[in-house]
Design a protein. Structure first.
Length: 262
């Protein structure tokens, strides 16, 4: 259902028929919206290079709006019902790519953030941050941040749950770290754990084109609370409430918070 407009986002609403939606999984200062037209326009293209799990079941999305700065973040999660990976197979897998837009930057994203593959200076999973311009970091940066509180992230408790990880900056103006087909960023699956890589070498194999589905609160609740029924299940641990704050993608193992399967 189309609801009232957000004044500072008229530029996006008028062109892409954005619909507002209520969400308990977003900080109050943000709005949540949906637009299949906008999500299709920027949907990442994924290559199967080292994937053993087959095509994702779907690419789930939602749009988070920061009205104060007239910015949008399209949160995409590529979803597999089963990850096949030697030594790390489990039911359910969710791999994120966040794409950021604002009126002053035109049609091109001013920032893209994805879950990537760590090197010797980072953990196995790292966060790849791709601003429009700047210098590429030589090494990854280790960080420690707090998750959103429980009201907006189910496993955030009082807001003091900490997440330690690694980020690496790859500016889009470099040209060699991420390629595009029109407005669609191209990623290859690096390793059987389904993490993404923007390197040209990884753009091999089958090009996946999973259907686009809404990442509604109903879906998020299912992922958070109903995906840990067996020891090899992987519940959803991503904090999606605040994508505008570094490191943009935040994760906490929900297995630590949910009752152990019988």
């Amino acid at each position: 259902m189309k609801l009232k407009r957000l004044d500072s986002l008229d530029w996006a609403i008028s062109d892409h028929r954005l619909e507002t939606a209520k969400s308990k999984y977003a900080l109050p200062k943000y709005a949540v919206l949906f637009s299949e037209k906008l999500a299709k326009r920027y949907k990442p293209t994924i290559y199967s290079h080292e994937c053993l799990s087959g095509p994702p079941e779907a690419a789930y999305y939602r749009i988070v709006a920061k009205e104060q700065t007239s910015e949008l973040c399209i949160q995409y999660f590529f979803y597999w019902t089963y990850q096949h990976c030697i030594g790390s197979s489990h039911r359910y897998d969710y791999e994120p790519v966040f794409i950021y837009l604002k009126e002053t930057e035109g049609h091109d994203p001013f920032l893209i953030v994805n879950g990537g593959f760590g090197g010797p200076d980072c953990t196995f999973h790292k966060i790849e941050i791709r601003p429009r311009s700047g210098k590429r970091e030589r090494f990854g940066v280790h960080f420690e941040v707090k998750m959103s509180p429980k009201e907006y992230y189910p496993f955030g408790k009082d807001g003091n749950v900490r997440y330690e990880g690694c980020s690496h900056k790859y500016p889009l103006n470099g040209g060699r770290d991420l390629q595009f087909n029109g407005l669609h960023p191209l990623f290859g699956i690096r390793a059987c754990s389904n993490v993404f890589s923007g390197a040209g070498y990884d753009l091999q194999g089958v090009r996946f084109n999973p259907p686009l589905k809404r990442l509604s609160d109903k879906v998020l609740t299912q992922w958070y609370f109903k995906h840990y029924n067996h020891e090899d299940d992987m519940p959803f641990g991503h904090d999606v409430a605040d994508p505008f704050t570094y490191p943009h993608i935040k994760y906490h193992s929900a297995r630590e918070e949910l009752p152990r399967p019988a």
